[in-house]
Design a protein around this ligand. Structure first.
Ligand code: G6P
Length: 635
């Protein structure tokens, strides 16, 4: 989704803004633009469609835009097609075709979010003589600020506040006022924005990765708050225009996380970071009992302890039902988690797509909790689902990767995955870290609720601790998957089948394949394929069976046989030592032996690699697939 950046200081702004936009490229976009104050008080706006390199070329790497204060934007089109007129920044006046310039740049702004009542506001502004050059809701927001600013002859913060009262929807807005050179103004509601400050410079961005090269000192601006940025100085205001104070925070993420470190793609790098992401995530809830702190990872030692993250055993004990709410891959984690939590802790678990949950009648059982899973912590539907749950008085837990994100700040309790920044649009390490954390949660919950005995508990903790090493060995064997992907690079359809948790892993495998290779694929509960979809199986259609649940193995193998009889090339991912596997399958991918409850976390890795190599074989943009956004901040 759209990325915004802002910089004010004492050195050229454009290069810093372009660098920041490059760091936000992963969010997904289809055009980009910059506005910079020239030294003479004028403001220059440049936009380009397509990749950021077009804007870089157009501005001679920023050199054609002198000035030390500016804002920039990457746009993921919502209202209006991705062309230059619709690209941000947007301004007060009209566009003059004759001079390729704007008639009035009193107010200039960039926006991430959606203004819902933009049509009504546009009509009102048109009645007041405003002429619109774009199809965007953003232009309406900027012109609304301009309207109040000029009509009441008030300062920027008051004009912004009047706009905030008037518009409905979500926004992270960065604005410049021509009368206030060297200053950037910001406003936020429900869309991500972070403000950074160093000794004599100030920054603003959709997320911290864009400014980590310059500062780690940040402010998380709240909903319906505004800010004024001067070089090295930031002031915050509430909706009344009163100055408020916001505590400064420090970003602990490693900047290296947002760099490729020699890998060809972020996705490959991030797949290789999975052992460490899972280890660090488990480490946050693993405590030594008997020996030195380091001993918690040694064989037989260590216990799970969620009290350090605000979930003491008494809290866990009081959970009698769960609803897991999420979107995309995080929803797939929820799907897998439901089987493990129900089996181990014996409480009912319901899994909901956040976009559905928010519009249905919510009937929450007694003593329930809602667990919202989100890598970014900013997904609009997930955030709204969290808010609705809270309003209904349901206890909420957020399971989030990004520190200080909206869900992290608003959930009653927060569990963090420790995956570090994830840049590739197709999630890998955040997914496995989420899965590891929900597994650990399920094990502790089951133990506290006395559904498993001490020996079983200890065995499960051992199994969890072995996952990082198993992940390493899986990644070492990626060559065979590369071969498989090359063989099937031209295929039309692919199907993933499994039962129980294997079905949930198939959902993720299918998404990984289609989102980056653009190959049509679907995941089915193995028993369901024959109710229609099997008619799509032709000679050579790959059908991938996930076979990690021993008690369901023979059933899924029967379903694979049904496909094979109809011409499918059947591939199995398994930990099973069962003669049926070799007998029936055309291609077997083995994963390390682990307890069936946790095998899904290993089975997903070959599927991630399959998606990756299929995309590479087809010569596609692995990290930034078409039409997609990393962080979906609109509903
Ligand atoms: C987008 C991403 C997916 C992600 C989903 C939910 O669609 O491309 O990879 O799973 O959003 O994102 P979240 O940040 O809430 O986990």
């Amino acid at each position: 989704m759209c990325g915004i950046v802002g910089f004010t200081g004492h050195r050229p702004a454009a290069g810093i803004l372009l660098e920041g936009l490059a760091k936000l490229e992963y969010r997904g976009y289809d055009s980009a633009g910059l506005a910079v104050y020239g030294g003479d008080g004028s403001v220059h706006v440049v936009k380009a469609t397509g990749k950021l390199k077009n804007l870089i070329e157009k501005t001679d790497n920023g050199r054609s835009l002198p000035g030390s204060c500016g804002i920039g934007h990457t746009r993921w089109a919502t209202h209006g097609e991705p062309n230059e007129k619709n690209a941000h920044p947007h301004v007060s006046g009209g566009f003059r075709e004759d001079s390729s310039d704007y008639s009035d740049t009193a107010v200039i702004g960039v926006h991430n979010g959606i203004i819902e009542n933009y049509e009504e506001l546009r009509e009102k502004l048109q009645r007041h003589g405003y002429v619109f050059y774009s199809d965007t809701d953003t232009e309406v927001a900027i012109k609304t600020v301009d309207y109040y600013y000029k009509k009441y002859k008030i300062g920027p913060i008051d004009a912004i506040n009047r706009m905030m009262v008037r518009v409905r929807g979500s926004y992270a807005l960065a604005l410049m006022f021509q009368d206030y050179p060297g200053e950037i103004y910001a406003a936020r509601k429900d869309s991500p924005m972070i403000i950074g400050v160093s000794d004599d410079e100030s920054f603003l961005a959709s997320d911290a990765t864009a400014m980590l090269g310059y500062t780690r000192e940040v402010y998380y601006i709240g909903n319906l708050q505004a800010a004024r940025l001067l070089p090295g100085e930031v002031h915050f205001f509430d909706l009344n225009g009163d100055e408020i104070s916001i505590p400064k925070a420090e970003v602990t993420w490693d900047e290296k996380g947002a760099e490729k470190n020699g890998y060809e793609h972020f996705m490959m790098k991030e797949m290789h970071e999975q052992p460490e992401a899972v280890r660090a995530t488990l480490d946050s809830v693993l405590r030594e009992e008997r020996m030195s702190p380091a001993a918690k990872w040694s064989f037989g030692a260590g216990t799970l302890d969620f009290s350090g993250v605000g979930l003491p055993d008494e809290y866990l004990e009081s959970i009698d039902a769960m609803t897991i709410v999420a979107c995309g891959s995080a929803w797939h984690v929820g799907m897998a988690a439901q089987y493990v939590i129900e089996e181990l802790a014996e409480i009912p678990v319901r899994v909901e797509l956040a976009s559905e949950y928010r519009y249905r009648k919510i009937l929450s059982p007694a003593n329930a909790v809602v667990l919202v899973i989100s890598q970014s912590g900013e997904t609009a539907d997930s955030l709204e689902a969290l808010r609705i749950s809270k309003q209904m008085g349901i206890r909420t837990i957020g399971l989030v990767n990004v520190e200080g994100s909206s869900i992290a700040r608003e959930a009653d309790k927060i569990l963090y995955t420790k995956a570090g920044p994830e840049i590739a649009v197709a999630t890998t390490k955040a997914y496995t870290a989420q899965l590891a954390l929900v597994y650990a949660f399920a094990v502790r919950l089951a133990f506290v609720k006395k559904k498993i005995d001490e020996d079983t508990y200890r065995k499960y903790v051992q199994e969890l601790k072995s996952l990082p090493d198993h992940l390493t060995s899986l990644l070492d064997g990626k060559g065979r998957i590369q071969w498989l992907a090359a063989k099937y690079a031209g295929t039309k359809d692919a199907f993933f089948i499994g039962r129980g948790q294997d079905y949930a892993i198939g959902l993720e495998g299918s998404l990984k394949l289609k989102e980056i290779s653009y190959m049509h694929s679907e995941a089915y509960a193995a028993g369901e394929l024959k109710h229609g979809t099997i008619s799509l199986i032709e000679d050579g259609t790959p059908v991938i069976g996930i076979l990690t649940q021993e008690r369901l193995l023979e059933k899924t193998i029967s379903n694979l046989k049904e496909c094979k009889t109809r011409g499918a090339y059947v591939i199995g991912i398994t930990n099973a030592e069962n003669p049926l596997v070799e007998e029936c399958l055309d291609f077997v991918l083995r994963i390390p032996a682990t307890d069936d409850h946790f095998a899904g976390l290993l089975a997903v890795v070959p599927l991630q690699l399959l998606g990756y190599y299929s995309s590479v074989s087809r010569g596609l943009d692995v990290d930034k697939p078409r039409n997609l956004a990393k962080s979906v901040t609109v509903e």
